[in-house]
Ligand binder design. Structure first.
Ligand code: 3HC
Length: 333
């Protein structure tokens, strides 16, 4: 929907006589909290930053369908199955909105999917961990979707209009996802000793990867300063990580579960929970493709792409025969 009539994508050359004028006016619009729209003039680096972040985000939603999709056929009740199907379907929808938002910046969905399938594009580290038990579905909803909301609510106020608007609906759906995960954890935590142990084991395995989801510490985050100046990001990685920790630790206490961090403590002086050191070597290993499930995830996406090739070919043949445009996403997705 965003791509209709977007022929120039704000790429008009800067008139020589105006010198630095457009860049200064652009920053003034950002500072005044105006939204930047696809046909507005924007610095090339702003466009590239958005394409990078929005496409990584879209890929995360699509790859994120896999770990939970793994449990659809084994959900313990019909109600749990229906809810999980709806949740996984929502994530697919989020990916589609986000690819559409990225397309308004002058990149095609086919290019973005190609980057994912070739391994050139990043997607969230968190989706390279396995879902070993049903409790992992609860832990993902509670922790992973909880972390995603913390990171994504501020993106509803992002300076780029199509990304900000896509995030409004996404965040509403993510809130439902977080609650369904917490409810699974609550049921297990209050269940039999074996169910409680299963919930604790899932928390043990998902806690640190969820903490790492927020990205490198501020000192190592190469994009944060510029992205905050452009109001693409409204908070730094460490600020959002701390907010998540402060909200989540009391929830674990309510569940009667133990956060797997012996150094975790409430700090009276700062009025924040303080955590022990994060193992950044694990985070960077996952980013380099060496997490527990990196290969499996990309293979699943490549297999899905190959299995859907005939649908794309049929849609393109239909469009050619009828002289119309192929439906959006017919080339990929
Ligand atoms: N996993 C993989 N790569 C990560 C990462 C993570 N958790 N955190 C950071 N990185 C990458 C960055 O993409 C960047 O790589 P690049 O320079 O090669 O592109 C590099 O590490 C340096 O990190 P920075 O902090 O400098 O990068 P950003 O300023 O882009 O901040 C971010 C990273 C906070 C993830 C930011 O991009 C962001 O807010 N993105 C939008 C939200 C998003 O993509 N969330 C992913 C999860 S979606 C989800 O969980 C779905 C839901 O259904 C659960």
């Amino acid at each position: 929907m965003y791509t209709q009539a977007l022929d120039t994508h704000g790429r008009e050359p800067v008139p020589a006589a105006e010198g630095a004028g457009p860049a200064a006016r652009f920053q003034a619009r950002i500072d005044a909290d105006e939204k930047i729209e696809p046909k507005d003039w924007m610095p090339e680096a702003y466009r590239q930053t958005l394409i990078r972040q929005i496409s990584q985000h879209a890929h995360s939603e699509i790859v994120g369908m896999l770990p939970e999709g793994n449990w659809i056929t084994r959900a313990p009740t019909l109600r749990r199955k229906a809810v999980l199907i709806a949740k996984v379907q929502d994530e697919g929808g989020h990916g589609m909105y986000l690819y559409s938002a990225a397309e308004t910046l002058g990149v095609s969905r086919a290019q973005l999917i190609e980057q994912l399938l070739s391994g050139a594009a990043k997607y969230s580290s968190i989706f390279n961990y396995p879902t070993l038990t049903w409790a992992d579905v609860g832990a993902i909803g509670w922790l992973v979707d909880g972390a995603a909301i913390m990171n994504q609510i501020p993106i509803c106020r992002c300076s780029y209009g199509p990304y900000a608007r896509a995030m409004v609906r996404i965040c509403k759906e993510e809130s439902f996802h977080q609650r369904q995960g917490f409810e699974i954890m609550l049921t297990l935590a209050q269940g039999s000793a074996a169910q409680h142990a299963m919930a604790q084991d899932a928390l043990n395995r998902w806690w640190w990867p969820s903490i790492m989801m927020f990205g490198p510490s501020d000192g190592d985050s190469r994009h944060t300063a510029q992205s905050m100046a452009w109001k693409i990001k409204r908070f730094s990685n460490d600020e959002l990580r701390q907010k998540f920790i402060d909200v989540t630790v009391p929830q674990a206490q309510f569940l009667g579960l133990t956060i797997p961090d012996p150094r975790l403590r409430w700090d009276e002086a700062t009025q924040h929970f303080q955590i022990g050191p994060i193992d950044w070597s694990e985070f960077y290993a996952v980013l380099k493709g060496n997490g527990p499930c990196n290969r499996e995830r990309l293979e699943a996406r490549r297999a899905a792409d190959a299995a859907g090739a005939w649908v794309r070919e049929a849609a393109a043949a239909y469009a050619a025969k009828h002289g119309g445009r192929a439906p959006a996403g017919a080339s990929h997705g």
